[in-house]
Ligand binder design. Structure first.
Ligand SMILES: NC(=O)c1ccc[n+]([C@@H]2O[C@H](COP(=O)([O-])OP(=O)(O)OC[C@H]3O[C@@H](n4cnc5c(N)ncnc54)[C@H](OP(=O)(O)O)[C@@H]3O)[C@@H](O)[C@H]2O)c1
Length: 288
């Protein structure tokens, strides 16, 4: 099979990407720990089960790479996977990375550097997802259950992006694997405008009628909240600490990469909220 292996293929970004690739006539192999019989070319893949790795790589020439989730140390699993992909002559890897640099996580930087070092392989540094404000993300769950966002990020802003715009950017790079516009190997992907949590809460409140307040907490308390939501302790601490960097203004950035790669401007946060308004409003009416 010449086509694209979509890891994380059942997730927010991967499932949107698989749909876009199919729409462009590109053969897709959808990787999942529990491949669905209803999905054509679904294949079993589990980062934690290395016996599943060789078969998913066989025959594909492009990969959308969603690294192991909820870990600060992806390289022990991703390193050998990438080495095998290179050995097999995979022409393009598009890594779904993050605009945030996790503290005490050199392995994630090493992973991105390894991808960037190979001709035709590309790193996407994605800003915070707009979908974080929906279930099942812990931030979305808190809004649904308590009508609040708890954050240590103060008035710091983030260039929130819709995961579907990341998928569209990845689709452009994976559909034509021999061209990398301007030879770039690294793209910061953001939405059109950076917003603080307070501004986000105001948009949700105004557009859905569901009142959302912002409660200021410390990074330690945030880490405890993420642990309670099921994240491993080290990872929970790292992503809670990112809020310090948001507060310091380091995530207050927007880029033109989505427009440059896809020819379409990224979705605005207001449009995203409008589209999903019932997800918040209905829950509120039920009195949760
Ligand atoms: N949320 C943000 O603000 C943000 C910002 C920047 C970057 N990111 C990055 O985005 C990535 C997540 O993307 P997403 O939100 O599109 O995904 P998602 O909706 O959270 O879904 C997770 C995907 O990962 C797969 N997965 C989970 N555990 C796996 C394992 N052990 N082996 C193989 N696959 C596994 C799941 O597939 P199955 O369950 O079917 O196996 C699913 O397709 C993460 O790497 C995160 O660092 C997120």
């Amino acid at each position: 099979m010449t086509g694209v292996l979509v890891t994380g293929g059942t997730g927010k970004t991967g499932s949107a990407l698989a749909g876009l690739l199919r729409g462009n006539g590109v053969p897709v192999r959808v990787a999942s720990r529990r491949p669905s019989a209803d999905v054509p070319d679904a294949v079993r893949f589990d980062w934690d089960d290395t016996a599943t790795h060789p078969a998913v790589l066989r025959g594909v020439d492009r990969i959308f790479l969603v690294p192991p989730v909820n870990t600060v140390d992806p390289m022990p699993l991703v390193g050998p996977f990438l080495a095998e992909a290179q050995r097999l002559g995979v022409r393009r890897v598009v890594l779904l990375g993050s605009a945030s640099v996790l503290p005490n996580a050199p392995s994630a930087l090493e992973m991105a550097a390894q991808v960037r070092s190979r001709p035709g392989w590309v790193v996407l540094r994605a800003s915070g997802f707009m979908q974080n404000f929906l279930s099942p993300h812990p931030v979305g769950e808190r809004i649904l259950g308590h009508g609040e966002v708890r954050t240590a990020s103060g008035e710091g802003a983030v260039g929130w992006i819709d995961a579907r715009d990341i998928a569209a950017a990845a689709c452009a790079l994976l559909t034509d694997p021999d061209s990398t516009p301007s030879g770039r190997r690294d793209y910061l992907l953001t939405g059109p405008k950076a917003l603080s949590y307070r501004e986000v809460a105001a948009v949700i409140t105004a557009r859905t009628g569901r009142s959302v307040r912002v409660v200021t907490i410390g990074a330690d308390e945030q880490a405890a909240h993420y642990r309670a939501a099921g994240m491993p302790a080290e990872f929970a601490a790292a992503i809670a600490a990112v809020e310090d960097s948001i507060r310091a203004g380091r995530e207050d950035q927007v880029s033109t990469a989505v427009l440059d790669l896809t020819g379409r401007a990224p979705r605005t946060f207001t449009a995203f909220v409008q589209e999903h308004a019932t997800a918040w409003a209905d829950h509120g009416r039920l009195g949760h």
